[in-house]
Design a protein around this ligand. Sequence first.
Ligand code: MN
Length: 207
Amino acid sequence: MKYTTPLLPYAYNALEPYIDQATMEIHHDKHHVAYTSKLNAALEAHPDLFNKSAEELLAGLETLPAEIKLAVQNNGGGHVHHSFFWEILRPGTENNLPAGEIAKAINDTFGSFEKFQEEFANAASTVFGSGWAWLVIDPSTDSGELKITKTSNQDSPYSLGQIPLLGLDVWEHAYYLKYQNRRPEYIENFWPIVNWDKINELYLKNK
Ligand code: MN
């Protein structure tokens, strides 16, 4: 089965005014669709690989045939990360705070939600060029530790054995129409649209 670009779980304008409709249309219908179709094209000569989830492909990057490894890293990463990104967003609310076990885990790990926000924003604003900031679970630690990380381009936490809980796309295509060069303002406007229920669900499933 070829990979497909999932539909947005909300309307293109649902994240206004934090992320504008035009950005969502181009980001989903052009950028995401291109990643998915290039991933499918790369796997055409290795159709058995379609039996794996795209996350599994990224986790097993080193085991892939050499001639498709980079295409899967870039376009498989793009496909997986954008599918994930749409799911961890929702229409904005003021004072949008984590609840449930993820709230406690964030407090325990980072000291407070404000400290976590500060560290995450710092990671997102210091990605040089294109990439992502992440909150991940690192299962290699006994406690299933939470970590803030960043990756370049579409390099994936899955390829490092980590499970993403929250991610912020800081490629210019994600914010330039509305925010131009003001990446910090885009990062600030991310907090009201984070879907903490979804992130709590991912945390409970993977911790
Ligand atoms: Mn993107």
